[in-house]
Design a protein around this ligand. Structure first.
Ligand code: GDP
Ligand code: ZN
Length: 292
């Protein structure tokens, strides 16, 4: 039977099988000798040991589409990044770093700016213009007023999503709105999503519905841009792309070269200033790193 690992604790893996619930499994079989460790998010085959007790053995791990290290999770379809439009004001440098990491790992991102109800039009429209220019799907929601929650639900449907964002922006409020209390399977998986600040957090996927999973990630603490060279950074700013090929010099860093079309686009207001500023900052950091 096929299922998906939603949690792993102390050698046990909790495997969600659509329509049947969650089985507590051990990893047995050939793949153990190959030293392949099951990850949360893995699609696996299980042999059921006891249907009553909901126990089984994992016999096979299906090929992974991708794999993140922190949080440790496999087969991510996308990331949902939540910031508040205001209160707290969005830290765009942090956001752009996150976007770079996701571009690097080729994981699509959906942006959600919450607390729209507290924002003035110019605030959210500014954010919209920055991130839509870059081609990111961007949702402006209000968990308090239950505005545009359906758009978030739609964006998550049928996918495995990692949720990221600083605290206090409304992530729990959004998830609680999305998580249907009724119609869930029985078992530990149907309990309300707990985001206790004092409990140890394991990587855990929560089913939002039968085919949609979400994983909460503990903030942005583990985000740093370092596993590529500074020359590669520009590839992860997708709004540079239409201009890049036109620069006078091949391999233009878009910083000090003459005839740089990216800088011209910046001056013409076609590339958002905050994005370019954060590009420069990250570029300098990568340059520093190389000197060590
Ligand atoms: P988290 O730390 O990102 O999970 O944020 P929470 O969901 O705990 O929300 C932090 C605070 O913001 C709480 O007091 C929420 O009631 C409030 N909040 C969440 N969403 C909204 C919103 O859309 N509008 C307003 N005005 N407040 C919100
Ligand atoms: Zn250039």
């Amino acid at each position: 039977m096929q299922g998906k690992i939603v949690k792993g604790i102390a050698g046990f893996y909790y495997v969600h099988v659509v329509g049947s619930g969650v089985y507590e499994c051990k990893a047995k079989g050939a793949f153990r000798k190959e030293k392949r460790k099951p990850l949360v998010g893995d699609n696996v085959e299980i042999d059921i040991l006891d249907e009553e007790e909901k126990t089984g053995n994992i016999t096979e791990i299906h090929r992974r589409k991708n794999e993140l290290i922190r949080p440790a999770v496999a087969n991510i379809d996308q990331a949902l990044v939540v910031f508040a439009v205001t209160k707290p004001k969005p830290h765009l440098n942090l956001l752009d770093r996150f976007l770079v990491m996701m571009e690097c790992k080729e994981i699509p991102v959906v942006l959600c700016f919450n607390k729209k109800d507290l924002s003035e039009d110019r605030e959210w429209k500014k954010l919209q213009s920055i991130y839509e220019t870059c081609g990111y799907p961007t949702i402006f929601s209000s968990a308090a007023k239950e505005e545009n929650i359906d758009m978030v639900r739609q964006a998550l449907h049928g996918k495995t999503t990692v949720l990221a964002g600083p605290s206090g922006v409304g992530k729990s409020s959004l998830i609680n709105l999305l998580h249907p209390e009724a119609g869930m399977e029985t078992g530990d998986i149907s309990r309300k999503i707990e985001r206790g600040k004092h409990t140890t957090r394991h990587s855990e996927l929560f089913p939002l519905d039968e085919y949609s999973y979400i994983m909460d990630t503990p903030g942005f603490s583990s985000l740093y841009v370092n596993d590529f060279e500074k020359e590669d950074l520009k590839m992860y700013f997708r709004e540079f792309e239409p201009y890049e090929g036109e620069c006078r010099f091949q391999g233009c860093s878009h910083i000090h070269e003459p005839g740089c079309r990216v800088k011209e686009a910046l001056e013409a207001g076609k590339i958002p200033e905050s994005r370019y500023k954060n590009y420069l900052e990250m570029y300098k950091e990568l340059e520093e790193k190389r000197r060590y």
